[in-house]
Design a protein around this ligand. Structure first.
Ligand code: FAD
Ligand code: DLZ
Length: 509
């Protein structure tokens, strides 16, 4: 009477109730499959990280007395798909039941529920015991309301989870939101503490991945692999963040610096998304640091907002809107990605830095993703589906449930503003204010036209001119359209012509 339990590559949670007791009749199954390496072209570090963390988790299970059947990528029994392997393993173990934790991705959810219908044994889906909210909580909260604002959801979460609220349900410090205190550029001070990152040797694993012909991009860094691959390492990273970087997280949350790719960000998204860490413990640690006077409220609230607010919000949005959300393209943007998205070889220094960093580290922080790369993609009218595939592949933390809403909703306005109240776009001035990226750039951030002008500027005005029928009556864009209307006709024509030139020569920028 054997039961198989499937553990997916982003379900590496040692605190799950499945693992509270050993049972000789339960076999835990983990599988490295081409189906999962190939649904998009992943960054090399993402494939190494998932496989290495799965292998580590399997070892942890065995050490703790659990039975494990691990199908490595090159194992002769491996059928390379979730369903074919489950079919084989059910027969191999003569199993009489299959259990799996609710997957986070719509695609995998389909695969497993389709398989359940033909498994030939009873199949049970259990909770992954990770998120604060159920998949449908956001949809239930907002119901038929047209716009689902994050702020409303976040306040609901603060109250229901009892996070940074007083006994009467009012926010600590008298405000729900400290964003206004949190928008400082960083000019070299305070110093950024050196992150102590793991340094795993995964050259052998990388050779296996390559020998199998898995297509990847980006730097593998296999000889000194820098990501946490188990809960112990993830907790060490959390400790270091709380002690060293959280106090300045809020103030410099939106800042960018060429010498400091991470600044005061936590680097916790991979550990969170693979469930090595639970969001509750991360939030609790941050709140505790504030209570003990080790970090200011503005920093702690800013950090909590990302996890208790945005992270749960995008998950609810994803489950409410899939599968339709994947095809969103409200602005009918169709241009292919410029070639330099895969190399970073562009003369625009901000993009070169953000892209090279992404290819090198499989990481960029939020503002680099949103206001440098995403901003350009939207202004240049790149096809949102292609932009989504790129983001889904490139970052170590990219899983569709969190990547897709951020890319198509927040960044590309492809959902017609269901998520973002207005498009997240800017000209060069924002990038210049929030970073040192423009220093030494071939293009001048203060110039709008001419071969030395920063392309963001003409593209910015062209975007609003082109999409005037959609945005000109938007109350929060009134100033933008007043500025556009007050420009002399020949200025508007020159901006249009300049933007056209950039758009026709994207690969050369
Ligand atoms: P920190 O800045 O230290 O934030 C702490 C934690 O808050 C993060 O680890 C993350 O779990 C959570 N968080 C912060 N912002 C968001 C957000 N907007 N949505 C959900 N959770 C958030 N995040 C992913 O985890 N996976 C993705 O694939 C992903 N794709 C993105 C694509 C685009 C276009 C944009 C604009 C954002 C994307 N984000 C994604 C959100 C955010 O950029 C990353 O979570 C963050 O940069 C991860 O780095 P960190 O751990 O240092 O985060
Ligand atoms: C991202 C990924 C990759 C590259 N490979 C595997 C794999 O071989 N086996 C596996 O179980 N999971 C993998 N993953 C993570 C899955 O894509 C993830 O489990 C789904 O996104 C479900 O949310």
């Amino acid at each position: 009477m054997t039961t198989l339990r499937l553990v997916l590559g982003d379900q590496l949670n040692p605190l799950h109730s499945w693992f509270t007791r050993q049972d000789a009749q339960v076999v835990h199954v983990l599988m490295e499959v081409r189906q999962e390496t190939d649904y998009v072209v992943h960054h090399a570090q993402k494939v190494i990280a998932i496989f290495a963390a799965m292998r580590d988790f399997a070892r942890w299970l065995r050490r703790n007395g659990h039975r494990v059947h691990y199908l490595a990528l090159d194992h002769p029994d491996n059928r390379q798909s979730l369903a074919a392997n489950l079919d084989f393993l059910l027969r191999h173990h003569q199993a009489t039941a299959l259990q799996y934790q609710v997957p986070d991705e719509w695609r995998v959810d389909r695969i497993l529920s389709d398989f359940s219908g033909s498994a030939g044994v009873p199949v049970t889906q259990v909770d992954s015991e990770h998120f604060y909210t159920s998949r449908d909580e956001l949809a239930r909260l907002f119901g038929a309301r047209g716009r689902w604002t994050m702020e409303t959801f976040y306040r609901h979460m603060r109250r229901t989870a009892g996070v940074l609220v007083g006994p009467d349900g009012t926010p600590e410090g008298g405000r729900w939101n400290f964003d206004e205190d949190n928008r400082k550029p960083w000019r070299g001070d305070p110093a950024v503490p050196r992150a102590t990152l793991p340094a795993h040797d995964h050259r052998e694993l990388w050779r296996t991945v390559q020998a199998h012909g898995v297509k990847t991009f980006g730097a593998p860094r296999a000889e000194s692999f820098p990501w946490p691959l188990n809960r112990t390492e993830a907790l060490a990273q959390l400790d270091a963040f709380i002690a060293q970087r959280l106090p300045n997280f809020g103030a410099y949350q939106d800042a960018m610096a060429s010498a400091e790719p991470v600044l005061f960000h936590s680097l916790l998204s991979f550990a969170l998304n693979t469930k090595m860490l639970n969001p509750r413990e991360v939030v609790a640690r941050a709140c505790d640091a504030w209570r003990r006077g080790l970090a200011p409220l503005a920093a702690v609230e800013g950090f909590v907002r990302q996890i208790l607010g945005w992270r749960e919000y995008v998950r609810g949005y994803y489950w409410a809107r899939m599968p339709d959300a994947a095809n969103d393209n409200a602005l009918d943007h169709r241009r292919p990605l410029p070639r330099w998205f895969w190399t970073g070889a562009t003369h625009m220094r901000c993009l070169a830095l953000a892209l090279r960093q992404s290819l090198d580290l499989a990481y960029a922080h939020h503002i680099q993703r949103l206001m440098v790369i995403g901003n350009f993609a939207l202004l240049a009218g790149l096809a949102p589906g292609e932009v989504h595939q790129w983001y889904l592949g490139v970052y170590i933390d990219a899983f569709e449930w969190v990547e897709l809403p951020n890319t198509l909703g927040m960044s590309q306005y492809a959902d017609a503003g269901r998520m973002a109240t207005k498009p997240y776009v800017s000209g060069a001035a924002y990038i210049q204010r929030m970073s040192d990226y423009c220093k030494g750039c071939r293009y001048k951030p203060t110039q709008r036209t001419g071969s030395g002008a920063c392309p963001y500027n003409a593209l910015y005005w062209n975007f609003f001119a082109q999409h005037a029928p959609r945005f000109e009556r938007h109350p929060r864009l009134a100033l933008t359209y007043r500025q556009l209307a007050s420009m002399p006709e020949d200025t508007r024509a020159a901006l249009k012509q300049q933007a056209q030139h950039w758009l026709e020569n994207l690969d050369e920028l």
